[in-house]
Design a protein around this ligand. Structure first.
Ligand SMILES: Nc1nc2c(ncn2[C@@H]2O[C@H](COP(=O)(O)OP(=O)(O)OP(=O)(O)O)[C@@H](O)[C@H]2O)c(=O)[nH]1
Ligand SMILES: [Mg+2]
Length: 353
């Protein structure tokens, strides 16, 4: 499952956002460093088309796609914790606060999201820098004796220099060889990063704040505004009430859908579907995944014995009133193993083992 890590300074509302997105009830409090061990949960990816497909096909079960969310302990100056081996996220969700209710203490990073974004970029770069500096010192000696190590040593040295200036590694495009030299260190600043501005409940001027943060972070990083407190309250409601409240508050589809879409876009993920009487299910794969490989997600036998896939768009299937009708009206095509799965495809895999 794709994993996103919530990162930020104390009291910005990371755990509140975690609760809003996962529906869990991890402890939040108006004092710094409340979260001491990571909270881990799953975000159920909202998907009304999947729900409609399940109804049309009389599926007994609906399996939504999931996104794993890790709420990390707050960043302290000089230390980023909670990212133990095997727990590295695929993407960072950096949370900065704009809310300033008076009830929630403010620390040296303040409530200006731009200042926090700048400080957080430096903290992340510095934590990578220390690691790259140590590696750099060692490689300098080793490369003196073994010239074959020089390209790697050069890449590490350039990366260390850049990090020392506070610039994240995701900024320039590194070659594959260089990236391979970095990989075992799993540098945080190389990860895709999306920014969440936690705005106050009564703040109308989100666009200005979002624009300011966008200016302060790498151009490739998406930025969105969320009121974590409102979203946490709404998460506790029934699904039908939720839609009403969102509409009443002018919050559109709500934070979960927006955050998930941002994560999928940043990582280049697409969703495809399978459906039968037992289960209507959403699957997530990187864009460009071939049909045979995608079938392997469902079952290894389907990949091994792949013959062909019948494919239709989920909106087409819904418009036709179900798979059988889609097929009889010619909306279902036959695709081979190398067909690249597109977002919104419904796939029926034909295989033999
Ligand atoms: N007014 C207001 N308060 C908020 C908002 N988001 C969070 N809070 C409050 O701020 C306090 C801190 O929120 P947490 O979610 O615990 O913050 P955190 O970033 O997880 O904090 P640490 O675990 O200490 O790093 C809690 O009392 C929240 O209820 C918000 O959007 N508006
Ligand atoms: Mg917390």
């Amino acid at each position: 499952m794709t994993r996103a890590g919530l990162l930020g300074f104390p009291n910005v509302g990371k755990t509140t956002l975690f609760n809003a997105l996962t529906g869990l009830e991890a402890f939040t409090a108006p004092h710094p460093y409340t979260t001491t061990e990571p909270n881990v949960g799953t975000v159920k990816v909202p998907d009304s088309r999947l729900e409609r497909l399940a109804v049309l096909e009389n599926s007994r079960r609906i399996t939504h796609a999931g996104l794993e969310l890790v709420d990390l302990p707050a960043v302290r100056s000089g230390s980023i914790r909670g990212l133990g081996a095997g727990r590295e996220p695929d993407l960072l969700l950096a949370v900065v606060r704009a809310h300033d209710s008076g009830a929630v203490p403010v620390d040296e990073h303040g409530t200006d999201p731009v200042v926090q974004a700048e400080d957080l970029l430096v903290e992340v770069a510095m934590s990578d820098f220390e690691m790259f500096e140590r590696r750099n010192e060692r490689l300098l000696k080793e490369a003196a004796a073994d010239p074959s190590l020089r390209p790697v040593a050069g890449a590490i040295a350039r990366a260390a220099e850049q990090l020392g200036e506070g610039t994240p590694l995701r900024q320039p495009a590194w070659s594959d060889i260089e990236l391979r030299a970095f990989r075992d260190m799993a540098p945080l600043s190389l990860l895709p990063c999306a920014w969440v501005v936690n705005v106050s409940e009564d703040d109308a001027d989100h666009n200005m704040l979002v624009g300011q943060v966008r200016q302060a972070v790498p151009a490739t990083d998406p930025v969105l505004a969320v009121s974590a407190l409102i979203e946490e309250e709404v998460a506790g409601l029934e699904a039908s009430q939720r839609a009403e409240v969102y509409e009443g508050l002018g919050l559109g589809e709500g934070a979960t859908a927006r955050v998930v879409r941002t994560v999928y876009d940043a990582l280049g993920l697409v969703t495809f579907y399978t459906v039968n009487r037992r289960d209507a299910r959403a699957w997530t794969v990187p864009a460009g995944t071939g049909a045979r490989e995608a079938a392997g997600r469902i079952h290894s036998d389907m990949e091994r014995g792949f013959i062909r896939a019948e494919v239709a768009t989920i909106s087409g299937v819904i418009a036709c009133g179900g798979w059988a009708k889609a097929r009889s009206s010619g909306a279902v095509r036959v695709e081979g193993r190398d067909y690249r799965v597109r977002d919104g495809d419904v796939m029926m895999v034909r295989f033999s083992v």
